[in-house]
Design a protein around this ligand. Structure first.
Ligand SMILES: NC(=O)c1ccc[n+]([C@@H]2O[C@H](COP(=O)([O-])OP(=O)(O)OC[C@H]3O[C@@H](n4cnc5c(N)ncnc54)[C@H](O)[C@@H]3O)[C@@H](O)[C@H]2O)c1
Ligand SMILES: CCCCCCO
Ligand SMILES: [Zn+2]
Ligand SMILES: [Zn+2]
Length: 340
């Protein structure tokens, strides 16, 4: 099968012929139709996080396709079903986190396109007990971005502990952020959006953001958001790939507000102790979503409440797509057509 392989963190990906994998007892072999390209795939290919993948590997965790073979212990899916892969490729199912609804924190989890091969290939393996099951009748070219961008921002919004009618800031209106605006609107939140690119802010307005601030031109984005939201946002979701966005989001919070950190620039940011304590602020990390979160995020998509903005491109464009992503030149999501 053809697949895009990371052979080195300093070389372009190689689109090569590789062996079709065989499913283990609980695994399913999936013929991939489409796969979204997440900025995490770029972090993986560049090896720029503290915990690095081990080349050679196939990135991708927003893949969707048809089950063509199953292992002998598989019961949850059948040949012919439409499934996806995900960052949460599998977990142990037995630790304190798996037992309490936090499988995303399982220390023994496997990660699609990072610690196990992912969806940038014509076939992929999934763990039948964890793979997202795609709702019938949905557009398979559009659903891929829900499998990571969608579930991640849906969960990140949930853990801001905001209520309908309250203000939520979405910082970074890229692949994650542009669907975050849609989930927030569908969840009844009022949305303020920040990015450094006017086209991205226009996309945020198109999807329902009432307030938009350009952090590249505003002298004080946090103050601007405080002013335009009558005292600050009740919650914030940071998906930006630049560390400057993080203290700005904290500064945009209303007293008692919560910020969910989702974006992963490999950096640190300063947190002012006094104002965090005085204003009773909550700063929390949020990583993807559980299988239950995934089913809920897919349901919003299947009911037409969220629809990714995306362009479809061939697998051979993968290195160009990464370069455009690095330069912030991708509006919405790129989805690669794996059928050719
Ligand atoms: N926590 C998780 O579970 C999780 C899941 C998926 C992705 N991620 C991470 O989220 C990040 C975003 O992923 P993506 O696929 O949306 O990336 P993307 O490249 O599509 O979008 C990034 C956005 O950040 C914007 N941006 C850059 N600098 C900014 C600034 N100073 N202020 C505001 N916005 C700024 C860019 O203009 C762009 O719109 C990546 O680091 C990725 O690894 C985390
Ligand atoms: C810590 C890495 C989280 C990446 C989630 C999938 O994009
Ligand atoms: Zn991702
Ligand atoms: Zn576990």
């Amino acid at each position: 099968m053809r697949a895009a392989v990371v052979r080195s963190f300093t070389e372009p990906l190689v689109v090569d012929e590789v062996d079709v994998p065989s499913p283990g007892p609980y695994e399913a072999l999936v013929q991939v139709d489409y796969t979204g390209v997440c900025h995490t795939d770029l972090h993986a290919a560049r090896g720029d996080w503290p915990v690095k993948p081990a080349p050679p590997f196939v990135p991708g965790h927003e893949g969707v396709g048809t089950v063509v073979a199953v292992g002998d212990r598989v019961t949850r899916v059948r040949v012919g079903d439409t499934v996806g892969n995900a960052w949460l490729w599998s977990a142990c199912g037995e630790c304190e986190y798996c037992e309490t609804g936090w499988e995303t924190l399982c220390p023994d989890q496997k990660n699609g396109g990072y610690s196990v091969d992912g969806s940038f290939g014509q076939y992929m393996l999934v763990d039948s007990r964890y793979c997202p099951v795609i709702p019938d009748g949905v557009d398979l070219s559009a659903v891929g971005p829900i499998l990571c961008a969608g579930v991640t921002v849906y969960k990140g919004l949930k853990v801001t502990d905001t209520k309908p009618g309250e203000w939520v800031l979405v910082s970074g209106i890229g692949g994650l952020g542009h669907v975050a605006v849609q989930y927030a609107v569908a969840m009844g939140r009022r949305v303020a959006a920040v990015d450094v690119d006017e086209e991205k802010l226009a996309l945020a307005r198109k999807h329902g953001a009432e307030v938009t601030v350009n952090a590249a031109t505003s002298p004080d984005p946090a103050a601007e958001i405080q002013g335009q939201t009558g005292g600050g946002v009740h919650g914030a979701l940071v998906t930006a790939v630049n560390a400057h966005a993080f203290p700005q989001a904290v500064g945009a919070l209303r007293r008692g507000g919560t910020v969910s950190l989702v974006g992963l620039p490999p950096e640190r940011f300063p947190l002012d102790i006094f104002t965090t304590v005085l204003f009773g602020l909550t700063v929390r990390g949020s990583i993807v979503g559980t299988r239950k979160d995934m089913a809920e995020a897919l349901d919003f998509f299947a009911r037409g409440k969220v629809c990714p903005t995306y362009t479809v491109r061939p697998l051979d464009d993968v290195n160009a797509i990464f370069s455009e992503m690095e330069e912030g030149r991708i509006d919405g999501r790129v989805v690669m057509d794996m059928r050719s």
